[in-house]
Structure formats: structure tokens, C-alpha cells
Write a new protein. Sequence first.
Length: 125
Amino acid sequence: MSETPPRSLNPSPHGDAPLRSIRVRILDRDYPLRVAPADEAYTLHLAKYVDGRLRQIRSGIPHQPDLTHAIIGTLEMAEELFAARAEIDQLRARVEVEAKDLSKRLDEALRRPTSGDGATTPSPE
């Protein structure tokens, strides 16, 4: 499935844009939705993704009702979301530590005396 840039559907970033009625099909059921015209393609992309995930679950446990497939799929996607958020938090923390370290090193380098030719004098370590 091709990647589509992230976009929030609620609230619409398009403010007071007139809403358009569309239908998405998930697990053989149509769902009417109203979206801003700029959100239509992204909403259809999301629905296709959700439908595909739920169909995978349904194929693994076909004897269960579709509501069970939907609940399991929702839990799986929520788990992925939470894991992605945790990873982002860890990356932000690492970037913050690295930025502080680089800032400290830059400050130290700028405080070092320079020799007459403009070169910095190495600090004893």
C-alpha cells in the first residue's frame, strides 16, 4: 500500500470548508462519512488500510463475528500506535540529550583561548 502523508481527520485542518458525503467499505459494509474535499483521498486510504487489516484478522478466525474482528483489529492498531508514540518519545529524549551535549561542547570550544594565528589552543584533557 502506498504511503500517504499523515493528516488529522478530526478536526479538519480545513476549517469551514464544505463537507462532502462519501462512503467507505469495511468488511463488506458501507459507512457514510462527511469529510472536507481535501480529506477525501486520505479518508479512503485509511478505510482501505483498516479493511485490509480486519480482513487479515477475519481470515485467521473466520468463525468469529465481524464485531470481534473489529475489536481485535482496533486493539492491534492501538498497540501499534502506542508503540510508535513510545519510540518517538525515546527518540526525542535521545535528540534532547545529544543536543545538550553538542551545545555544551560548542560552548566549551568557543571559550577556549585562541593562538595568535586564530587557531584554538587544545584544552588539556
